[in-house]
Design a protein around this ligand. Structure first.
Ligand code: FAD
Length: 510
């Protein structure tokens, strides 16, 4: 099999792919081929092209083209290592990492028990809506916690596709559970929160049919150790003695990290904090694709921006074209933002986090210092008389250190209050953000003038790493504890966390 790169077709003539392929290879029509990747080439605005990578069987005389490469299917590389006596491994957390660990274990003949502190999806959606509309927060079941994990109310961007056996497995599972086949080849695949919810429900049904058990509203409260082993665990005040414990708790479970600190080997890690910026979708679309583009063929435009100020990286993160800024709080009296969209990405705004990398120099040397740094930012941005409203300011006013005087229109619910973000964010973050915004404005003229900033964005990745053995996935200090997914500090995002969980399942046998 061969990969044929850079097969280019005008976006309005997608149907001509077969013709473009045979023209490129100067051969007659190729019947059996598969699209491996499709990206948009927007170098010429108003004249956009799709750039395809194709997989096909080819006659050998066509092979001397620089864009034609031999193709190897990615191979599995995780070795089976540990026999378990119990058929019911315990998984804590029903986010992507926990669910894909369960799928993998089921393939190996196990019937995992999956515990999550939050609610089953349907109840969780009601609670999140109550929070967004009425400010009533359930600290155990919210945008971060509950069935599907943090990914459920997300943009559903599948950003970390690599040529890896397990990543491809995850993509194939997602398709089997309801995702559009396009996610297997789009350069920027996207599911939307609505797409994800359907998939998560289908995964639950599949796992239950295979004999797994879910325990909703069940929180891991404590781990009791004896001779460097897990003696027992407390879940909802009940004591259990699982053979192994898979910890797939995500990056927001601060109380669980606090409980773990001092018991197992953790370290603080760098992460990023900053603001969300929002623009009219039309402005971003036209800046990238031109005014005459048929956006129903391209979808809304996305961007990825980076800059460097002193030793700090500043970058756009989790861009949500046609999406919404949402409140992602899991603790009362704090404020946290994030981005979300639906499959069709047709809201009139496009938003993105603009964040700055922080490390021990910013937050201190203690294991939990990063969490305290996040909390302090979140506390400063919370306003008692306007609960969960977000402080907001025009980007140009932020640069000039002035509270905005004219009205600010954003997608954010529950609401906003005008504030000078210079007074709410740490000094070094303000400086770096200002520098970055000016650079980004050169790349996208109008980025500052048309942009509104809301704060704070603090949960970009885990501030903690649960140290684990690279080969066997187990905690360095507790061989029966298996940290996976974003909360382990070894993955970030939906796909890499799901793949991490899936790989873990492959090391066990009955
Ligand atoms: C609003 C939002 C938008 C996002 N958008 C994207 C995106 O577009 N693309 C992308 O790749 N990533 C996105 N992310 C990040 C992505 O959701 C996470 O990287 C991913 O969900 C991590 O998976 P995980 O399974 O490791 O952890 P999580 O999804 O966080 O799941 C952890 C689960 O563990 C449970 N839990 C925690 N502590 C305990 C305990 N003590 N006892 C029992 N259960 C517990 C929680 O309830 C939760 O369900 C977004 C995140 C948010 C919040």
């Amino acid at each position: 099999m061969y990969l044929i790169k850079n097969v280019v077709v005008p976006i309005s003539k997608e149907i001509e792919l077969k013709k473009a392929l045979s023209n490129k290879l100067r051969t007659k029509s190729i019947e059996n081929f598969k699209i491996i990747r499709r990206s948009i080439d927007a170098r010429k605005k108003n004249n956009l092209k799709f750039n395809y990578t194709i997989l096909a069987e080819l006659p050998s005389k066509t092979l001397k083209h620089p864009d034609v490469l031999e193709y190897q299917n990615p191979k599995p590389y995780i070795q089976t290592q540990r026999k378990l006596s119990s058929e019911n491994p315990f998984i804590i957390g029903a986010g992507p990492a926990g669910l894909f660990a369960a799928l993998s274990l089921v393939e190996k003949g196990f019937f995992p028990y999956i515990f999550d502190r939050g609610d089953k999806l349907e109840m969780r959606i009601n609670k999140v809506n109550d929070f967004w509309k009425k400010g009533i927060l359930d600290e155990e079941s919210n945008v971060q916690f509950g069935e599907g994990g943090a990914g459920t109310f997300s943009d559903g961007k599948l950003t970390t596709r690599t040529h890896d056996f397990y990543t491809e497995k995850v993509i194939n599972w997602l398709i089997q559970f309801g995702a559009d086949k396009k996610i297997s080849y789009e350069a920027l695949p996207h599911l939307g929160t609505d797409g994800l919810r359907k998939i998560i429900q289908n995964i639950r049904i599949h796992l239950e049919n295979k004999g797994c058990k879910f325990f909703w509203n069940h929180k891991l409260q404590d781990i009791n150790l004896k001779n460097d082993k897990i003696n027992s665990v407390q879940i909802n005040n009940q004591t259990f003695q699982p053979e192994i414990l898979i910890l797939a708790i995500g990056n927001a479970a601060r109380d669980t990290f606090e409980m773990l600190s001092g018991k197992i080997n953790l370290e603080s890690k760098s992460f990023s904090v900053g603001v969300r910026i929002e623009h009219p979708r039309k402005f971003i679309d036209q800046a990238f694709y031109g005014e005459k583009t048929n956006f129903s063929l391209t979808g809304p435009a996305t961007y990825r921006l980076t800059a460097k100020y002193k030793n700090k990286g500043i970058y756009s993160f989790c861009m949500c074209p046609g999406g919404f800024i949402i409140a992602g709080v899991s603790e009362k009296n704090l404020q946290v933002l994030n981005g979300m969209s639906y499959l069709h990405r047709n809201n009139n705004f496009s938003n993105s986090a603009i964040v700055v990398n922080v490390n021990k120099i910013d937050f201190g040397n203690k294991i939990l210092s990063g969490i305290e740094f996040q909390r302090n930012m979140e506390k400063k941005c919370f306003k008692k008389n306007k609960q969960y409203f977000a402080p907001a300011q025009f980007a140009k006013d932020f640069l000039e250190n002035e509270i905005s005087s004219s009205d600010l229109h954003t997608s954010y619910n529950p609401g906003i209050f005008k504030a000078n973000l210079n007074n709410l964010l740490p000094l070094q973050i303000n400086e770096a953000l200002k520098y970055g915004l000016k650079i980004f404005d050169k790349r996208i003229p109008g980025f500052v003038k048309k942009g509104i900033l809301l704060a704070p964005e603090t949960r970009t990745s885990s501030p903690i790493r649960i140290l684990r053995n690279k080969e066997v996935f187990a905690s360095l200090t507790l061989p029966d504890l298996y940290p996976v997914g974003e909360g382990s500090g070894y993955s970030g995002g939906i796909i890499s966390s799901a793949a991490d969980g899936y790989k873990l399942g492959k090391i066990f046998y009955c």
